[in-house]
Design a protein around this ligand. Sequence first.
Ligand SMILES: Cc1cc2nc3c(=O)[nH]c(=O)nc-3n(C[C@H](O)[C@H](O)[C@H](O)COP(=O)(O)OP(=O)(O)OC[C@H]3O[C@@H](n4cnc5c(N)ncnc54)[C@H](O)[C@@H]3O)c2cc1C
Length: 337
Amino acid sequence: MPLYQHAIVGFGIAGQLLVCELLQRGIEPTTIVILDPNWMGGALATDYSQVLSNTPWWKTRQALSTYPPWCDKALMEGDATFQTNECMPVGSIAKLCLQTALVASNKCERLTTTCLDMKYEGTTWSLHHTFGTIQAHRVYLTHGAQEKKLELPVTIPQIPLHIALDKTLLSRTVTSTDLVLVIGCSHSGTICLDYLHQLGIPTVGIYNTTTPFLFARDGHYDGIKEGSEQIADAILRGEHSSTTKLIAYGDSFPICKMLQKATKCIQCIGFERKLIGCQNLSYKYETAQIDGPPRRYGYGIAFPGMTEQNGKWFPDVSVLSFQEQIRRTLPQILLQE
Ligand SMILES: Cc1cc2nc3c(=O)[nH]c(=O)nc-3n(C[C@H](O)[C@H](O)[C@H](O)COP(=O)(O)OP(=O)(O)OC[C@H]3O[C@@H](n4cnc5c(N)ncnc54)[C@H](O)[C@@H]3O)c2cc1C
């Protein structure tokens, strides 16, 4: 059975940054194995590619430019396509990161397969995947997250989030006779409310915080946040009142009424890490160490760093913050026997 020093599960943005960081620290490429079933660049490329990020090109550039010469082609392509302050569709961020990481990792072992389960046996990890088993000394889980879903008491046709966040696809899914329920008024929910308003669709947004649109507004998250902030403020000023109503989750009477009347529903209640086997893993974001047997670590949207804002903790979800989290914790990890 092949034995590697480093096994990376998932080649989305987090896995890509991680392999670049390992190689930059002089880790021999042939000691690294990467598992991913599709090598497309992760969720930004496969699910949300048309969503306009508010990450300007210079920030993605800053993250990538620390990996010369692997990044050279991607930087040239980015410079030719985007202005420094221009925000990019998330699919373009994914494409340029993937381009860099594929060059970097060309001598690593790259397996097109899904990790199904893992066990710590003796002193090494056994990773069972679709086509066999490999062994590794250290395991890094960068396998991403999926949309959370509520079980609703009534059956309402659901619009998947990747469709709701693409205005063209959304416009083909709803008509002005619909009443659309948007459950969750954080970043994605706010964008959905805005698109539905632009399409003139009657919409009800349900929030479960003390006031609507209570999300981190610190400029740290380079996802869809700043756009969401402006939209949230416009809705609160009443600028969307021709289409949009907001209801608190605790207001049971209007909620029941809306559940009966709604013709479509979009759930925007956040993300949860994907499962590998049936393991429900927890971790310490300070060290990236996953609880349980030794030498198993997590990064990316599944295991993000955390920032405190006014007593509330928010996950750090962006290319730059994944990179920071890896750089802060990796030196210590590599010292561990
Ligand atoms: C609408 C939207 C907009 C966003 N905008 C931004 C933005 O502008 N900038 C930004 O930085 N972030 C943005 N984000 C956050 C974004 O989702 C994450 O930054 C990024 O996709 C997370 O990267 P990741 O590598 O952790 O996971 P993923 O991108 O999900 O990658 C996980 C990879 O693991 C693989 N995998 C999964 N399970 C297994 C398994 N069992 N075995 C092997 N491989 C596996 C998958 O095939 C995939 O390639 C946005 C998110 C959303 C939803």
